[in-house]
Design a protein. Structure first.
Length: 409
């Protein structure tokens, strides 16, 4: 539980800060990009109004090509047929292929400004009174390269920043969650210790009530009270046993080596034996068990816990199976994964209840009524056992296929 909480904390922190950081970097890139292009188009607009050579950056020296410190704007005039009439003295700064591309683009476009990305050129045009066209164009290769470099730098910085943030958040989470971890450990110990302390008094109560029950001088009312007391005490013993099982699985999931007992287990034989053991119970409930077990499946784990896992699922399926239906117990192994599937065709569990079916003490009003007995801990124990063995458990329920529990180990 603590590990899951820690991962969620780190994920949320990294995600939130990452979103803010991405927004800030994106805003900076966009601001720089739009500012540069505003300056370019302002320069192009000024060039259309004048024959001077406007420079971005304030330089008045004529640049020799595209690699100048300022930005040289070339202007050309075309007649109605698109024939080049006049140019300013900066025409040598643009090669003829680029100039031809710009003229062709301008004449074919209904827009008055635009870009030719492949040539790294921005242009702006206006119509002349005589029907011709005046075009101003400027090289933008330096801006494109600078923006690309800034983009790469921002991405690298963003990734490195997230990496450092992840390390810091992971370290910080250990300190922040320490009180939660301590409280959880204390709660777990309390449940385990309280359950241990309750076992002996309950055993004494059941034993003493059993002795009183044998007294032949008891009235029927007294015998009835004793029987109900024994039944209640036995139920409490079952609850204590379940709580101890949960405490043990919690310790194993938390990494307590003393709670682990792993040996080689013939899981195929274990599942077959459990199915055979529940045949009589299934008959009493008006259903039957159909086992489909692949032979020779072995896993490493605690045999007592694994047997408990199988029995919980089969017992649960029989309790909620409809009359004259079949409870299917299937065991297979694929890609080094063992799959235990237990299916029954009883009352369908609705989707809202299905989300909580593995929660402790949870009972739905329909599919998990008190009349079936138990305290709503069986499936929680099954989940704990599966996870303590590095596996998982899931549930599905619908009208067509019934209710299915799938354990993957």
């Amino acid at each position: 539980m603590i590990g899951t909480l820690r991962r969620k904390f780190v994920l949320i922190v990294v995600a939130l800060v990452g979103i803010v950081l991405a927004f800030m970097l994106g805003s900076s890139l966009w601001s720089t990009y739009t500012t540069q292009w505003k300056l370019i188009y302002r320069s192009l607009d000024a060039a259309l109004q004048s024959d001077d050579l406007p420079m971005i950056g304030g330089s008045t020296n004529e640049p020799s090509e595209y690699s100048s410190g300022g930005r040289l704007v070339v202007t050309v005039s075309l007649d109605e047929e698109g024939v080049l009439l006049t140019t300013n003295e900066s025409l040598s700064a643009i090669n003829q292929d680029t100039l031809s591309d710009v003229i062709e683009t301008v004449l074919a476009s209904s827009k008055t400004s635009g870009r030719i990305r492949s040539s790294h050129v921005a242009w702006e045009s206006e119509s002349l009174p005589d029907g011709g066209t005046k075009i101003a164009l400027a090289d933008t290769s330096d801006i494109d390269v600078a923006f690309q470099n800034q983009l790469i730098t921002s991405i690298v910085g963003f990734v490195c920043g997230l990496g450092l943030l992840f390390i810091a958040a992971w370290w910080l989470s250990s300190w922040i969650l320490h009180p939660v971890k301590s409280a959880w450990i204390q709660q777990r110990r309390f449940v385990a210790d309280a359950s241990h302390e309750l076992k002996t008094p309950l055993a004494v109560i059941v034993a003493n009530m059993g002795i009183l029950q044998k007294d032949k001088t008891l009235s029927e009312d007294s015998r009835s009270w004793i029987n109900s007391s024994i039944e209640a005490a036995c139920q409490m013993q079952g609850l204590v046993t379940d709580l101890l099982e949960l405490a043990r699985t919690d310790e194993t999931i938390a990494g307590d080596a003393n709670a682990k007992r792993k040996v080689d287990v013939d899981f195929s034989d274990m599942v077959q034996s459990a199915a055979l053991e529940f045949d009589a119970m299934a008959f009493e409930h008006g259903c039957s068990i159909d086992e489909k077990v692949q032979e020779g499946i072995h896993i490493t784990g605690d045999p007592d816990w694994l047997a408990r896992l199988v029995k919980i699922l089969i017992d649960n399926a029989i309790k909620y199976a409809g009359e004259k239906t079949v409870v299917t117990v299937q065991l297979t192994k694929e890609n080094n994964k063992v799959h235990l599937v237990v299916n029954d065709h009883g009352q369908v569990i609705n989707p809202e209840d299905l989300k909580h079916v593995f929660d402790r003490f949870y009972r739905s009003d329909k599919a998990r009524s008190r009349s079936t007995g138990g305290f709503g801990l069986g499936l929680a124990i099954a989940k704990g056992i599966a996870e303590s063995h590095g596996g998982s458990i899931a549930a599905q329920s619908n009208e067509a296929d019934g209710t299915t529990f799938i354990v993957t180990l």
